[in-house]
Design a protein around this ligand. Structure first.
Ligand SMILES: C=C1C[C@]23C[C@@]1(O)CC[C@H]2[C@@]12CC[C@H](O)[C@@](C)(C(=O)O1)[C@H]2[C@@H]3C(=O)O
Ligand SMILES: O=C(O)CCC(=O)C(=O)O
Ligand SMILES: [Fe+2]
Length: 333
């Protein structure tokens, strides 16, 4: 277990607590129980002893470093993000800004090959690093999703993982680079101050099924607990962070929570993160699994295409899933 030691974000509640770090090499029934508990309590946990080889991670991290180290005009050849491609500060289409630059990729082989040509001087090296990484991380994601289904006692244990194994899965891969803080001068007082705690990536939930995220040794990721308290997630040398996304919250009828999170920039060292967003095919219908409905459905059925379109029409921090809530007689308006 790890206890976070936070730097407070002025006037916000920050709390240290023990983040669940789940060892995937433990006995299967034990692991599945721990995963279900973490998804119900926080929608977030970390996994160690996963099957992603270190060299595959190292190669991908190196490619990411190489890309962000390029001159801006070179990086812009892979942009602007629409939504895939290179983006700097602008997140999404609706005016969200953050101290981050990123490269967002669709995970289909064709799309990786295509984008690699504008990303790297050695496109085949870049595309093989991305493909190997995605393949290895997808396997861990499938393993975790099967463990979730087992822990929920769902008879069809591939019910979640099948969606992301599908060749038409709409999964994404994102490289984020958060530069160090700029020392700013206050124009009125001429006092220099350090902009630590600036937001790199504003608070949001991930719309997909599940996200697997890794970072370099620089902290910044924070998760929001139920009472709105921000909790820092310390960087871990080998672990993956696992976030429940909106689709999984809907499929479990609200039993698992899609965790709100954000990333702050660090004053001294750039943060780099790599996130795999496991998504269903566009035409998939998302409904609560009948086996785990113990109360009326909280959400109307929707397709992933419909949900994604709604997400793209909203701001980063907007609650999207609430728009799909069923109206029940027992609820007040
Ligand atoms: C403001 C936005 C950026 C985002 C699409 C959206 O309209 C709302 C969800 C955002 C998010 C958050 C998680 C992932 O980083 C992401 C790729 C995704 O699928 O949903 C981003 C979207 C984006 O950057 O395009
Ligand atoms: O960089 C991070 O730690 C968070 C990134 C994130 O939440 C995202 O890319 O959706
Ligand atoms: Fe996210």
């Amino acid at each position: 277990m790890v206890v976070a030691s936070p730097t407070p974000f002025r006037s916000e509640k920050i709390q240290a607590f023990e983040l669940p770090i789940i060892d995937l090499s433990l006995e299967r029934p034990e692991v599945s129980k721990l995963i279900v508990k973490a998804c119900e309590d926080y929608g977030f946990f970390m996994v160690i002893n996963h099957s992603v080889p270190e060299d595959i991670i190292a190669k991908m991290e190196q490619e990411s470093l190489n890309f962000f180290a390029k001159p801006v005009c070179e990086k812009q050849k892979a942009g602007p993000a629409n939504p895939v491609g290179y983006g700097c500060k602008n997140i999404g289409f609706n005016g969200d800004i953050g101290e981050v630059e990123y490269l967002l990729l669709n995970t289909s082989p064709l799309s990786i090959n295509q984008l690699s040509k504008s990303v790297s001087n050695d496109p085949s090296n870049f595309s093989s690093a991305v493909s190997d990484y995605i393949q290895a991380v997808r396997e861990v994601a499938c393993e975790i999703l099967d463990l979730m289904a087992e822990g929920l006692w769902v008879p069809d244990t591939a019910v979640f993982s099948r969606l992301i194994r599908d060749v038409d899965s709409d999964s994404l891969f994102r490289l984020n680079h958060y530069p160090t803080t700029v020392l700013c001068k206050d124009k009125d007082t001429s006092v220099s101050y350090n902009n630590s705690n600036m937001v790199g990536f504003g608070e949001h939930t991930d719309p997909q099924i599940v996200t697997l995220l890794r970072s370099n040794d620089v902290g910044g990721l924070q998760i929001s607990l139920h009472d709105g308290v921000w909790t820092p997630v310390p960087p871990h040398p080998t672990a993956f962070c696992v976030n429940v996304g909106d689709v999984l919250q809907a499929m479990t009828n609200g039993r698992f929570v899609s965790v709100r999170h954000r990333a702050l920039i660090n004053s001294y060292k750039p943060r780099m993160s790599m996130a795999y967003f496991a998504a269903p095919p566009l035409h998939s219908w998302i409904t609560a699994l009948p086996e785990i409905i113990h109360r009326p459905p909280l959400y109307k059925p929707f397709t992933w295409a419909e949900y994604k379109k709604t997400a793209h029409s909203l701001r980063l921090g907007d609650g999207r899933l609430t728009l799909f809530r069923t109206c029940r007689d027992d609820e007040t308006a």
